[in-house]
Design a protein. Structure first.
Length: 517
């Protein structure tokens, strides 16, 4: 049990539930292992004490380089009740890439899955002194169980709020840590700050089963699963996304909520109708979708399948812009929500507000959640204004009713013949063609147009690339898009480059074609 004040006991949290509802199932691991809140609380207390016993002090950092699993939650909960920063590190990075984040964050301890720890061998000399491995022995690393044995399962004294410092995906340039100041408050009070957002989606404390099926090093899957755990929901952990396994888990565990990205939706909808019909999804109450532009036709198809449970929102690691309910999505197709007045600004390149319906860079109010990019004051100054408004470079427009529509990232904008072309809009239209499984639209240098709109298409199984198909796709685009938006060139690929969280790596495609000439 943890030392929790009477005031904090009134606030839902996994630490409080460890004593209030110790027998309730908290986590179901990738191997089916079930852990109660009481068992989780004991492990978390041991780990918090062990980390402090290594000499870590308030504001120090622990890096977690782990596959999805129970231990990852233990690290997050231990750090955030001991006044430490926890830094999740992508499991897909090379050793030098992972080492960069570990060093940049100032981590004094690294806790890694055994296979990932072994992968870090080439850079072990660059890593901090305290290296802890989970799931098997690795030369130069201490076993996680040994570390836990040095901690006390009893109350942790001097509990204070820590934080999770997430790194941006690094789709352009080096990833940066999004760091928020640690407030001198109880961990429970710090956790309560996200409750209004969760309640806006309809989440309530108590009963609920949340399925996490995306990487926990990514902001949204971690944020929602960790905070729903604090609200008393059971969290079912999948190692990675698999459409049929997700549908089966929803039926087996009577899942009430999950968080997915549009790529996941695409794969779920690609399941044969008979397969989908074989799984009972009636337990679902809230399906959150974010992380990339969400094609309107696929959102409608998901709503038709699951019912009015699909919520979308526009956000980044840096903050939340807007939320759209299932009802609003039906009434305003394509919107990412109606921001609270005064919380979102659309500005031109000179910092002036754009007129209604015009495109502008989206700036959102961070309020008490103001952040800085760790170790990069210049990037912070470019991205965060003194009045608390911040941007990640998204471009959008507001309609006459105040609903926000996401157009694209400024870094992906194509200016062809003086016309702004937003790749996401073209990609969404291409996806409505029966032959297309995935699509990426990029701008390539062109002597006449400045940039030629180029479509790189992944075809559905059984469909062969051909010049005839390219002509058919061109006709399809001209049926639904203005002439300047239509691709001038079509290329076909077996698979398009996406991050494990579903983000399309247009930059990788641009680099490939540029290098090839």
């Amino acid at each position: 049990m943890s030392e929790v004040s009477a005031e904090s006991e009134a606030i839902p949290s996994a630490w409080v539930l460890a004593t209030r509802r110790p027998g309730k199932c908290a986590l179901i691991g990738t191997d089916g292992q079930r852990v109660t809140f009481g068992e989780l609380g004991e492990k978390v207390n041991r780990l918090s004490g062990a980390l402090l016993g290594l000499g870590l002090a308030h504001g120090d950092t622990v890096a977690s380089v782990q596959h999805n699993g129970i231990t990852h939650f233990e690290v997050m909960l231990a750090a955030t009740q001991a006044g430490l920063y926890a830094v999740p590190v992508s499991t897909h990075l090379t050793a030098p890439e992972a080492s960069y984040i570990i060093k940049d964050s100032g981590a004094k301890v690294v806790i890694a899955s055994a296979d990932l720890a072994a992968r870090l061998a080439p850079v072990i000399g660059e890593l901090p002194e305290h290296l802890i491995t989970v799931g098997g022995p690795v030369d130069g690393w201490t076993d996680y169980a040994e570390l836990l044995a040095t901690g006390d399962p009893g109350p942790l004294t001097g509990r204070t709020a820590g934080g999770v410092m997430l790194y941006t995906s690094g789709t352009s340039g080096r990833p940066k840590g999004v760091q928020r100041a640690l407030w001198p408050v109880s961990p429970e009070l710090a956790v309560s700050g996200i409750l209004p957002l969760l309640q806006r989606f309809g989440f309530r404390s108590g009963a609920g089963v949340h399925l996490v099926c995306a990487p926990l090093y990514h902001s949204a899957p971690l944020t929602f699963s960790l905070n729903l755990l604090h609200m008393g929901h059971t969290v079912v952990i999948h190692g990675k996304f698999d459409a049929e396994a997700v549908a089966a888990a929803i039926a087996e565990h009577r899942v009430t909520s999950t968080h997915i990205v549009p790529t996941h939706v695409h794969r779920l909808l690609a399941l044969p109708p008979g397969t989908r019909a074989g799984f009972d999804t009636s337990s679902l109450e809230i399906v959150l979708v974010a992380g990339a532009p969400f094609p309107v036709h696929e959102k409608k198809a998901l709503l038709d399948w699951l019912g009015p449970v699909v919520w979308e929102y526009l956000a980044a690691t840096e903050g939340v812009c807007s939320v759209v309910s299932p009802q609003e999505a039906i009434e305003h197709p394509g919107t990412v929500g109606r921001p609270t007045p005064g919380m979102v600004l659309l500005l031109d390149d000179d910092g002036n507000e754009v007129p209604p319906t015009a495109a502008g860079t989206i700036w959102f109010q961070t309020g008490l959640a103001r952040f800085a990019y760790h170790g990069d004051p210049d990037k912070t100054a470019r991205s965060v204004r003194e009045d608390g408004f911040a941007t990640v470079g998204d471009i959008g427009r507001l309609d006459g009713d105040g609903y926000l529509y996401l157009l694209d990232r400024r870094s992906d904008l194509i200016i062809s013949g003086g016309v702004n072309v937003y790749p996401a809009e073209v990609e969404q239209w291409l996806l409505t063609h029966e032959a297309v499984a995935d699509a990426a639209v990029i701008g390539l240098p062109d002597p006449d147009w400045g940039a030629a709109v180029t479509a790189v298409v992944e075809l559905r199984d059984g469909v062969a690339a051909s010049s005839e198909l390219a002509r058919a796709l061109d006709e399809h685009c001209r049926d639904g898009l203005a002439g300047p938006k239509c691709p001038q060139r079509y290329e076909f690929r077996t698979v398009l480059p996406r991050t494990p969280t579903g983000k399309l790596l247009r930059r990788a495609l641009r680099d490939e074609f540029t290098e090839a000439g």
